[in-house]
Design a protein around this ligand. Sequence first.
Ligand code: CP
Length: 309
Amino acid sequence: MLKSRHLLGLDGMEKPEIELLLNTARSFREILDRPIKRVPTLQGKTVVNLFYEPSTRTRISFELAEKRMSADIVNFSAGTSSVKKGESLIDTVKNIEAMKIDMVVVRHSSPGAAHLLSQVLDANIINAGDGGHEHPTQALLDMMTIRERFGNLAKLTIGLIGDISHSRVALSNIFGLKAMGARVLVCGPSTLIPRGIERLGVEVFHNIDEVIPQVDVLNILRLQLERQKSGLFPSLREYHNFFGITRERLERAEKPILIMHPGPMNRGLEISSHVADSEHSVILEQVTNGIALRMAVLYLLAGGKSEIH
Ligand code: CP
């Protein structure tokens, strides 16, 4: 069983719990290839998907995971709700909880939003991304995808490339990968790497061509232009020239490198189209695995005790 009733982040989560989540997700992955992709596991449970920020992958993936497990689902979008009339987050969720719901999946632009809900609601809370803080299910599905290809994460070196400062995906990956014993390198312009990040056990680089020869996996992060102040790098063209992952750069590596990106991608900026669509890219496998991983999270938080067989 998981130690917490909520999944708020991977900070502090230890290897046995991550392994339980990844092993359970592997069991659920098989259901997605069945002709009838549905199990009764969450029958009678009601899940609210509470999205205050745009999302394609995470929102659809959670919704599909819930449907595959026969839960009742309510989708909430802030843009078409009474948030537009000034209703607060707390009042919104207390009203929703009064309608007798069991679980809340929340995405919000404020770091700590999921944690706040866990303090005021009885429902299980799942963080689907809180500002620049954490995105635990993305990091778990990333680890699931890497483990499928390589097995043991502890033997691997993984490079997180680009906008580390604004990336909740980066932070959750660092917590998860370090707990699993992987070597983690971060690389980007110094303006996009938080000062003191070495304290989390990662190695910092500013030259992508020094990183490429050392890694088994490159997880290329989206340049989060909407969260950045101006002037963090001279121009998009220069960013691409210094940090963009291109065929020419990868051809200099001695071995193939697994290419990952959490999406949405800025093609031609942090990643070239050739690399994104290459045989070494598992970007769409990440998306498929995301459903199985989210099924595992919902199952374990709903009280599931062991891996499915
Ligand atoms: N990776 C991810 O969180 O994508 P969305 O913003 O589309 O959910």
